[in-house]
Design a protein around this ligand. Sequence first.
Ligand SMILES: C[S@@+](CC[C@H](N)C(=O)[O-])C[C@H]1O[C@@H](n2cnc3c(N)ncnc32)[C@H](O)[C@@H]1O
Ligand code: SF4
Length: 356
Amino acid sequence: MYIPHESIIFTNDLEEFKANKVLKVYDSFIKDDLKYPYEIEIHLTGNCPSKCKECSYASRHTGDVIGLDKIEDIFSLLSTHTHNVHTIFFSGGGDPFAYPYWKELLELHDKYIPNVNIGVSTSLLILPDIDFNKISYFQIHFSGFNSESYIDQIGFDAFNRFYSNLMRVEKSNVDYVLKLLFNQYVNDNLTKFLDFLVDLNPKNIIFKCEQDFLHNRDVNHSINEEYTFNIIKKHLISKKYKTVLNNLNDDIFKDNTEVDMCHIVKKGLYCLIREDGNVYPCIASTNMKSNSLGNINDNSFDFILKNKGDLTKFDNNMLSELCPLKACRHYRFNKIIEKEYDENNDYNIIHSPDLI
Ligand SMILES: C[S@@+](CC[C@H](N)C(=O)[O-])C[C@H]1O[C@@H](n2cnc3c(N)ncnc32)[C@H](O)[C@@H]1O
Ligand code: SF4
């Protein structure tokens, strides 16, 4: 059973996408009664050099930046919880690499929590001069294959900036993932996108259906499966990856029953610190400041986590009105958790290794 994504995934390592990963983490949180989140997402800055048309955060880009002193507070606190905290994921908000203090941030990481993984989601229009090996995974969100496609998708020509930064990442030999939001434009130019990708060496490529998180729960269904898969199957790109996983028609998306609560929020497996210092229990809750558990500019992160109270009511509130939960990966994890480790689902693999 694979983690449901509403995406097409090109990979050589299917293990990475197995739902068991989520279940194991959930299990350990229950058995060991862990107190700190497994993943902490930090939005370092609200600034973004890009203007992706359908950016899920477009209306929420701000000029706020998290102070380096606050990062030090958080990292030093986490140094006593590294058995529990697995990853710090820098995303946005804006773009994490628009944060001006990456060198200092990585020094603090070395000092306090060298064993905690760092993940970064970036459009790569900015790439600081840092040691890329310190970053466990790069999730690189790209929007086009040349100047014209960039202009169409983000409103200006950022292709050369993106491409020269991508070449720096490639040369460093670190693993990276390329992520493309699938929409009508991508569908109409699919072969050109694939031609571009075939000369690159990302570990995985993810074509994620574009979603409108804030206004509805629907994904952009521009993927015409027969047409899209046909092009992919015939393209050289399919020879570069052992597996192309069709993760679009997961049973979980067909199941319309609401989950009673968010298990991820309730157990505190995840939390998010936004660039204005507010701490949230999940990504979807950030659309209302009233969902904030506290602010790191007013109280310590430790205090906020210890005093977050009973989140059950909060979950119910979100489900009834505030939260477009179906757009959230945790909603899908909830479905997996509630199905209790049901391994009998059949998933549709477009093309398998032995076909190469
Ligand atoms: C909002 S971005 C912020 C971090 C960084 N600027 C970037 O673009 O990767 C975080 C992630 O959300 C994804 N994203 C943005 N808008 C989206 C949308 N409308 N539907 C689905 N995913 C979206 C991006 O592909 C990216 O992986
Ligand atoms: S690069 Fe990221 S944050 Fe910036 S506009 Fe695009 S999706 Fe949004």
